[in-house]
Design a protein around this ligand. Structure first.
Ligand code: ADP
Length: 511
């Protein structure tokens, strides 16, 4: 450890107390796993401030000593980097102790939380207090942070799935310790901080998402009144080409808000990967499902056993019972006329399959584990490659072709989910599963990921998010945008202490 860092750590210890500045080997190793790196990326220490005031002091010390820090809220970030910094020797700021649900406003349907508040915690709070509001959850882990998922612009499965769109008001600590509130929170006694997004003057919230210009310490977001009727829809399609028609069927249903939620069309390999996370699937699938390499006969048997087609649509209807009934008829007609071979599963069939049960929960905001699949024998590496597409069959065909060709070249198997957000765009979330204990396979995974970015960007599809190892690679494709991000970094954080390398923004590496 360099002397200024050592001195800064001593000062930081005085602020947070010795038990919240951790330097033991076991802790450091928990914060060091990078999916693609050959060696662990060990941090210098982990600090756990208890409040915004403590964090301000920590940053003032780190800034004066030019000590780099890396922010984590829930510390999950599965598929996009885990609880780890981009570079070794960083001071991890783990915000888990700042875990107060500051407000849930039942009348206006919003919440204001600190970074450590997890999906599981907020879900329990709403349930245990009998609050008739639903929240949005992403896939992945119930221990993920509600706020962290907003700063990463995550996508979920309820009508409020586009997390940043439905966020409202942030508190941010800047590198020099100053506190900034966005939106109408710029007035200290604002009465509209969580109800009106825009405030007065420039809207700054976006600057603090997928960036390293500040640390978000509070975030507001909207919740959804629990509807009188809720109906999950499960449609299986056996034809491998059905996905293209499904996209065309769904576009008007989404644009007209018949299906208002983050609805998904999921490939069978991904659905089975998820099935492996729950109940009986847990025991059966991990072995046969490694790298999604299912022999044809096994795949056929598993499809039958878990009520899955080659492609699987999950969406939901919300509202009054009569609205839901009418909308169900509209959706059934649309699917059946364009895809006569499709099948709507009954409520009993859905309840019997771990995959469909999990979809039913996700679309009404109940958090659950979806990641055990990528943990076989502690060796699995999992990455999401997530290009966005317009909701058209041509675009989806082009994107799937690129993925299949590239995966075949590197010896992987395509497994993906299309999440339809507003009806105009879809997130094509492609799972890359590999054995990270095998150096050759890990290297192949890295090359595969990069080539996917090359090919998608070449034809105009930008991923909505990347993992830690590829932030710089992707950012370098973005020309003047990259320069402006570095100008902003210079302005907000001239000493380059906040999460250097996040989204490829790093003043030490700007040329
Ligand atoms: P989650 O647990 O929700 O998956 P993490 O806490 O692992 O999320 O954070 C994921 C990434 O988001 C981090 O690597 C960091 O770059 C960014 N991040 C997390 N919390 C904050 C925050 N409070 N302010 C700014 N960026 C954050």
């Amino acid at each position: 450890m360099k002397p200024p860092v050592e001195q800064a750590l001593k000062e930081i210890e005085r602020v947070v107390g010795a038990e919240h500045l951790l330097t033991d080997a076991a802790t450091l190793s928990r914060y060091s796993v990078n999916m693609l790196a050959a060696a662990d990326i060990l941090p210098a220490a982990v600090v756990r401030p208890a409040s915004t005031a403590e964090l301000q002091q920590v940053l003032k010390i780190a800034n004066a000593a030019k000590t780099p820090v890396w922010t984590l809220s829930g510390g999950q970030n599965r598929g996009y980097g885990m609880a780890c910094a981009a570079t070794p020797g960083t001071l991890i700021i783990d915000l888990k102790r700042m875990n107060r649900i500051l407000e849930v406003n039942v009348d206006l349907a919003y919440a204001l939380v600190e970074p450590g508040v997890t999906f599981a915690q907020l879900y329990r709070y709403l349930r245990d207090n009998d609050i008739p509001l639903w929240m949005d959850v992403p896939s992945g882990s119930p221990e993920g942070s509600c706020l962290g998922n907003i700063t990463e612009r995550g996508a979920g499965y309820t009508p409020m799935g586009e997390k940043f769109l439905f966020s409202c008001g942030m508190e941010v600590v800047l590198a020099d310790g100053q506190v900034l509130r966005t939106g109408t929170g710029t007035l200290p006694n604002s009465q509209t901080w969580q109800v009106f997004k825009w405030g007065y003057g420039p809207s700054l919230d976006g600057l603090f998402t997928q960036s390293n210009f500040g640390i978000v310490t509070k975030a507001g977001f909207w919740l959804m009144p629990r509807p009188p009727a809720y109906e999950p829809l499960a449609v299986t399609m056996d034809d491998p080409e059905a996905v293209y028609k499904a996209v065309e069927i769904l576009r008007p249903l989404k644009l007209n808000m018949v299906i208002p939620n983050g609805a998904c069309v999921t490939h069978v390999r991904k659905a089975l990967g998820l099935t492996a996370c729950w109940g009986e699937g847990k025991n059966i699938l991990p072995r046969v499902g490694r790298r999604f390499d299912y022999p044809a006969e096994t795949l056929k048997a598993l499809k039958e056993r878990y009520a899955l087609g080659e492609w699987n649509f999950a969406g939901a209807l919300y509202g009054l019972p009569e609205t839901v009934r009418t909308y169900r008829g509209i959706v059934e007609d649309a699917f059946r006329s364009a895809l006569p071979g499709c099948r709507f599963l009954s409520a009993e069939e859905q309840a019997a399959s771990p995959y469909w049960r999990a979809r039913e929960k996700a679309m009404r905001g109940e958090p659950q584990w979806e990641f055990d699949m990528s943990d076989w024998e502690g060796k699995a590496g999992a990455l999401w490659i997530s290009p966005v597409a317009p909701v058209t069959n041509e675009a989806v065909e082009q994107q799937i072709r690129i993925a299949e060709e590239t995966y075949a070249k590197y010896g992987f198997h395509y497994a993906a989910e299309l999440i339809l957000g507003t009806g105009r765009d879809l997130h094509h979330i492609i799972w890359l599963l590999f054995d990270r204990s095998d150096a050759e396979e890990r290297r192949r995974a890295e090359l595969c990921e990069r080539e996917m970015y090359d090919r998608y960007c070449e034809v105009g599809y930008l991923p909505y998010r990347t993992g830690l190892s590829t932030g710089d690679y992707l950012m370098r494709k973005l020309g003047p945008f990259r320069d402006i991000c570095h100008d902003l970094k210079q302005l907000f954080d001239p000493n380059n202490i906040l999460s250097p390398g996040k989204s490829g923004i790093d003043l030490a590496n700007r040329s």
